[in-house]
Each structure stands twice: as structure tokens, then as C-alpha cells.
Ligand binder design. Structure first.
Ligand SMILES: [Zn+2]
Length: 241
């Protein structure tokens, strides 16, 4: 009987992976599979997020897609390191990032963008693990419409400082997430940037160029390609908080 109950619980558990579950009046729980990445720590099977119920199911689906894209970008970094000793992300960040290379919790000074990219991804690994194994507080996807007091934004987050316990909570503008003219890769960079604030990265308000938090996010948005002459950074940074 106990075994039967346990089996049922496991079955319900696996159902959660495909079906979002409304857990309260306010939030729906979604699980996002963690891809197998070549890291030296045990990875959880899923990450868990609590999405505000005011988002439509389409908006919630896109948020889930963006989280998956961030995780795929993270996985690819480690795959390329395993194969070539260095990732495209490291090369991209190395080309452009100069300032605030280290997160607030990092004691040593980082000399290069390449080293900074490696530290950043290792910090994200810790956050994925903390989320997936339930060591961090609940990661909430909060809902906010821009207003006269809240300037227009895409995805934003408040600063946090401890990747082992700080949840990857962000606030999403539902109008931005419904824009079909915005590519997923652009919105993925916006989410990645909000996560960088949660991971401990800082930049002066509205200043992104040459700062780790800004350039790393633009590398995501360009899929690690070099900048194109004549295309201003503002084309990308308008989607960053
Ligand atoms: Zn920012």
C-alpha cells in the first residue's frame, strides 16, 4: 500500500514536468528540465519557478521557453570548454567586457573577460543547483505592467548577492513578453541580464557598454557573435534593466 502510494506520488511528480500546476490563487508552478551539462557537481533534473497567474498560458509558455534558452546557453558553454578548453561565450565576453568583471561575492580580482565569463557561469551553476535541490527560496516570476510611476521595461530584477541561496526571481512586463516582433534570443538576453543582477553583478544605472553585466547579456543576444559596425549597443540595451 505504501509502495503504491509512493508510485502514485512519483507518477504525479513526472506529470508535473509537462503540466503547470496552479498551486495557489497567485502562482502556478512550472518545472523546467535542467540539461545535462559537463559540470563537476550533481545537477537536479528540473528547476522550479512560480509564475504569477495573471500571465496568460501563452505568456507563461514563452517565459518557460526563455528559461530553457538560458539553460541551453549555459550548457553549451560547458560543452565547448570540454571540447576546446574555451567557449564562444568566453571569447565574446573577453572581447567586450572591461569593468565590474567580478560579482560582489568574488574576492579576487579578475584580469580578463574570459576568466570573468567562467566565474559567471560557475555562479549560475550554483544557482541552478540551489533552485533544483530546493536550497534557495522560491523563484518567482512576477507580473508588472509599466505605468506612470514604473517606466517601461522588459524583464527586471532586484540585486542579490549570494548565489547559493538567492532565488532567480524576476519581474516580467506581460506586454513585452507578448511582442511577436521581438526574437526569443533578444528576450533570452533580457532574462539572462536580470539573472546576472540576482547572481551579484552590478553596473551603473543605464550604463551597459564595457560592463560585464551589459556585455555578457549582449553576447547572449548576439549568440556570441561580434558586434556589427554601425549597430549601436542601444539596439540591445533597451531590453536590459
Ligand atoms: Zn541591469
Amino acid at each position: 500500500m505504501i509502495r503504491k502510494t509512493r508510485r502514485l506520488a512519483q507518477r504525479q511528480d513526472s506529470l508535473l514536468q509537462v503540466k503547470p500546476v496552479r498551486i495557489s490563487q497567485s502562482f502556478t508552478r512550472i518545472l523546467v528540465p535542467v540539461p545535462a551539462a559537463e559540470v563537476d557537481v550533481a545537477l537536479p533534473a528540473n528547476m522550479t519557478f512560480f509564475v504569477d497567474n495573471r500571465f496568460t498560458s501563452t505568456q507563461r509558455g514563452r517565459i518557460r521557453t526563455l528559461i530553457s534558452r538560458c539553460l541551453e546557453f549555459w550548457r553549451l558553454h560547458y560543452e565547448q570548454i570540454a571540447e576546446n578548453g574555451r567557449s564562444n561565450y568566453q571569447n565574446c565576453v573577453n572581447t567586450y567586457a572591461r569593468f565590474n568583471l567580478a560579482p560582489v561575492w568574488f574576492d579576487a580580482k579578475l584580469a580578463t573577460g574570459s576568466a570573468a565569463a567562467a566565474v559567471q557561469m560557475d555562479g549560475l551553476t550554483r544557482m541552478i543547483v540551489a533552485n533544483g535541490f530546493g536550497r534557495a527560496a522560491r523563484a518567482q516570476i512576477m507580473y508588472q505592467l509599466p505605468s506612470s510611476t514604473v517606466p517601461n521595461f522588459t524583464i527586471k530584477a532586484v540585486n542579490a548577492s549570494n548565489p547559493d541561496v538567492s532565488p532567480l526571481s524576476v519581474t516580467v512586463n506581460p506586454r513585452a513578453i507578448s511582442r511577436t516582433d521581438l526574437l526569443n534570443v533578444t528576450l533570452t538576453g533580457s532574462l539572462f541580464h536580470a539573472w546576472l543582477h540576482r547572481e551579484g553583478y552590478r553596473h551603473p544605472s543605464r550604463v551597459y557598454t564595457s560592463y560585464m553585466a551589459g556585455e555578457a547579456s549582449m553576447c547572449v543576444m548576439r549568440n556570441n557573435a561580434n558586434k556589427t559596425p554601425g549597430v549601436p549597443d542601444s539596439r540591445f540595451t533597451v531590453f536590459l534593466d
